[in-house]
Design a binder for this molecule. Structure first.
Ligand code: GDP
Length: 531
């Protein structure tokens, strides 16, 4: 096998998704710990100083009180080269979070065992389903009282519409948490709290046949319950089928406790075996295979003003095929230019490191002199093709923007257009009005503050935002066939257009969406637009 093939095939690039507080940061830190990428001694303890040290690396943004960045972490484990795409949760939630998923080949879904499926998980999950990427579930916090295991699995199946296959099974939870039963090996792994240590200690595995020792460690009651549950489970749960996992139809489920380092490494090992090497990607000349092709990449995120003094922009790209070398010339397809990528770097935890080479599966950031847009393709100078665009995700919050000082129209239009190009916000116009009446749509409400702050700070323009009641936006998929003047909507519906002139409809509730579809035969509405 060539070196290139070897390098690409050992790469695993995935995103971690969860609702805030489910334990994503803790789990990520434990992964890094096993990979030896960070030394946790003294770092995990003090929550205030250390908890955000790894993922929230944007010091500048922290000072500004806004964090809109997803970070990328690369580390080595057991011969694998792993790229983790962290998706910001909390109120930072934005389109960036969704776009990050476009760069991943699989997703790890972290669920709090006492809470089950929560809102944010549901949203992110939808994007994974759209892309049909494999999803691996880690049910966390088993050291706390958790919901009934069958109920948890039921909830995932019903709420998210994906079949589940538990690879292991918890024995109790909270104070009564005894460990997990490994279904493949038919043995029990005894729970031990190793929070104080740095790595998961020696795991104690007891085969199911060794009843005497099992009784000693987990007790009669827990053992009886376990046997009963295994029997039920073997009869009821979906058969494990790796093909189904790879298609995104079945999610393997694991249990553990990230905080106490239990079940984490077991999960990591299984996950790495089951998840895919860098996936081929669709382009306008057909599917591009990672190993068989020269360097190519697409831009999935642009981060402006990372360093305010320099007004710099960084374009993050996912390498889809071949090998990247810092010295080589590449073609920016949409811009029609041949160029050298400036200051290619890998952003790792809190540090950025200039790199010489990278392979399909890796994420690199490059200095952007203002030429890249989200979804752009880079390839070798003699080639020419474009990757499928990145969908525009439906904003859920809308506001009308008004300029305070109308004399600064030019700056206002420039600022708001640039910010929209970066993809931090989406802007819409009402029919029959000009740029003075702009409606802004965002995925997470914090983006409104970001917009206000940035317009003021970077463009010297002050704005007022008037919240609008709309929560649902739909693109008209068959806009060329459908006569918009004939549309019969609901009284609360609003017609707007995006910056490219595509018509859109805003609704206050889902009922109105359904009503409008019912009233207009032949109208096709969609939640995702295309760039
Ligand atoms: P994130 O918001 O998903 O990144 O969640 P964090 O990793 O920051 O965790 C949220 C809180 O839950 C923190 O106080 C963690 O210490 C705690 N936590 C994380 N994992 C576990 C776990 O396995 N057990 C318990 N008891 N607490 C946990």
């Amino acid at each position: 096998m060539s070196n290139l093939t070897q390098e690409i095939n050992r790469r695993r690039t995935f995103a971690i998704i969860s609702h805030p507080d489910a334990g994503k940061t803790t789990l990520t830190e434990k992964f890094l710990l096993y990979g030896g990428a960070i030394n946790l001694a003294g770092s995990v303890k003090g929550k205030a100083t250390a908890r955000h040290a790894v993922s929230d690396w944007m010091e500048i943004e922290k000072e500004r009180g806004i964090s809109v960045t997803s970070s990328v972490l690369q580390f080595e484990y057991d011969g694998y080269c792993i790229n983790i795409l962290d998706t910001p949760g909390h109120q930072d939630f934005s389109e960036d979070t969704y776009r990050t998923l476009m760069a991943a080949d699989s997703a790890v879904m972290v669920i709090d065992g006492s809470k089950g499926v929560e809102a944010q998980t549901r949203k992110l999950f939808k994007v994974c389903v759209m892309r049909k990427i494999p999803i691996f579930t880690f049910i966390n916090k088993m050291d706390r009282d958790a919901n009934d295991t069958f109920d948890l699995l039921d909830e995932i199946e019903k709420e998210l519409g994906i079949a589940t296959c538990p690879k292991n099974w918890p024995i109790g939870s909270g104070k009564g948490f005894k460990g997990i039963y490994d279904r493949d090996k038919s043995c029990v792994i005894i729970y031990s709290d190793t929070e104080k240590g740095t790595r998961e200690g020696e795991t104690l595995e007891i085969p199911m046949e060794d009843e005497e020792r099992l009784l000693e460690y987990i007790g009669q009651e827990a053992l009886d319950k376990l046997k009963e549950e295994i029997e039920l489970l073997d009869g009821a749960s979906a058969e494990f089928d790796l093909e189904e996992v790879r298609r995104g139809d079945l999610t393997p489920v694991f249990f553990g406790s990230a905080l106490t380092n239990f079940g984490v490494e077991i999960f990591l090992q299984h996950f790495l075996q089951m998840t895919t090497t860098p996936l081929p990607r669709k382009s306008d000349v057909g599917v591009v295979e990672p190993v068989e092709n020269n360097f190519s990449a697409f831009v999935f995120k642009i981060q402006a003003n990372m360093n305010k003094a320099h007004r710099d922009r960084i374009a993050f790209m996912r390498i889809c095929s071949g090998k990247f070398e810092a010295s080589m010339e590449v073609k920016h397809v949409q811009g029609g230019k041949i160029m050298r990528l400036s200051q290619p770097q890998q952003i790792m935890a809190s540090e950025r490191k200039i790199l010489d080479e990278a392979y399909a599966g890796d994420i690199i950031g490059v200095f952007d002199p203002g030429v890249f847009s989200i979804g752009d393709t880079l390839c070798m100078p003699k080639e020419e093709f474009a990757y499928e665009g990145i969908p525009t995700f439906a904003p859920e919050h809308f506001a009308r923007v008004r300029q305070v000082d109308t004399m600064k129209r030019k700056q206002f239009v420039k600022g708001i257009t640039q910010i929209a190009q970066e993809g931090a916000i989406q802007i819409f116009q009402e029919y029959n009005t000009g740029m003075e009446e702009i409606i802004v749509g965002v995925v997470g409400v914090l983006q409104f503050d970001v917009l206000k702050y940035r317009l003021n700070n970077e463009y010297n323009v002050e704005i007022r935002l008037e919240p609008l009641p709309y929560e649902y936006i739909r693109w008209i998929e068959n806009k060329d066939e459908f006569d918009l003047d004939k549309l019969t909507g609901t009284s609360d519906m609003k017609k707007v257009k995006d910056m490219k002139g595509n018509p859109l409809l805003l609704f206050v509730n889902e009922w109105s969406v359904g009503m409008t579809i019912d009233r207009n035969k032949g109208l096709i509405l969609t939640e995702f637009g295309r760039n």
